[in-house]
Design a binder for this molecule. Structure first.
Ligand SMILES: [Ca+2]
Ligand SMILES: [Ca+2]
Ligand SMILES: [Zn+2]
Length: 287
């Protein structure tokens, strides 16, 4: 789903270097054979063989020069991309509320950020009015700080995962050193997605782009308005931001957790973390 633009990150491997070494070895072998022939030949034959040797070396050296230029230098870690898709609950899939579960799911043995990261937000397509846009930024910040608070509770020294958010005009999901939050025309039934880039080798997440669907109406405060047909931004955002190391959960005991993989209209239970969410984020970012 991502290989197109990741191709540029995959550098030449040591194969070029190995082929250069074996090329030199075969070159030495040829030279030795030629010297032996020159020694055993005489007169005009020597001159003819000598000229063949010169021609051979003239042809060989430019090739060696090019090969040396391709010698591997600082190879960046090979990045992979995965996308978590958050679907709306089906009409008849409502499950009875259950007790908080202590379950959580780490990804690839515990991939995580090693430094504080910053999301940049583009609210175009969100449907929010100018006034609401300010509230939306507050809701997104609240979602991020909910996770930072849980990490801080793990003990000292606290790790801060999320810096204060900024705004941006960028509007496409790609590996570009910008952790983007944006709205887009997602397929029917998809509420939001988090695409992120990571290295399996270093277990490091290096970029995350979150997209909310512009095909849903979004709410900011269900206390003041009818949220029956709206998705609560803080609810969904808290779930999406949890993907910075935590995977989706689907089993029935986890329906009350933030990292439960589905949401419905008017749901707000993901705004607050459950036991499993807290255990998971502390396992990744606690001291
Ligand atoms: Ca923070
Ligand atoms: Ca990006
Ligand atoms: Zn999810």
């Amino acid at each position: 789903m991502s290989s197109g633009h990741l191709g540029g990150l995959i550098q030449p491997t040591e194969r070029n270097f190995v082929s250069l070494v074996s090329f030199w070895a075969s070159l030495r072998e040829v030279k030795r054979n030629m010297l032996n022939k020159i020694k055993s030949a005489s007169g005009g034959k020597r001159i003819a063989i000598g000229m063949v040797c010169l021609l051979f070396l003239a042809l060989a050296f430019p090739v060696v020069g090019k090969e040396q230029l391709r010698k591997p230098a600082n190879i960046p870690p090979v990045l992979e991309k995965i996308t978590f898709v958050h679907y709306a609950k089906g009409e008849n899939s409502a499950k009875p509320a259950t007790d908080d579960s202590d379950r959580f799911k780490l990804l690839y043995g515990g991939i995580r950020w090693t430094d504080m990261m910053t999301y940049e937000v583009n609210l175009a397509g969100s449907g929010f009015s100018q006034t609401e846009k300010g509230q939306a930024m507050i809701a997104l910040s609240a979602s991020l700080e909910t996770w930072d608070d849980a990490i801080a509770e793990a003990g000292t020294p606290p790790f801060e995962l999320f810096a204060s958010i900024g705004t941006t005009n960028k509007n496409s999901v790609k590996y570009d050193n910008v952790n983007l939050v944006m709205w887009d025309d997602l397929s029917s039934g998809i509420i939001a997605m988090n695409s992120f880039w990571f290295s399996r080798g270093t277990k490091e997440i290096v970029e995350s782009d979150v997209v909310f669907s512009s095909n849903f109406d979004w709410s900011l405060d269900c206390g003041d308005e009818d949220c029956v047909a709206k998705m609560d931004l803080q609810n969904i955002a808290t779930h999406e931001f949890g993907h910075n190391g935590l995977g989706d959960l689907y089993s029935p005991p986890t329906t009350a957790l933030t990292m439960y993989g589905r949401s419905g209209f008017g749901d707000t239970e993901k705004r607050d973390l459950g036991t499993g969410d807290i255990n998971g984020i502390q396992a990744l970012y606690g001291p």
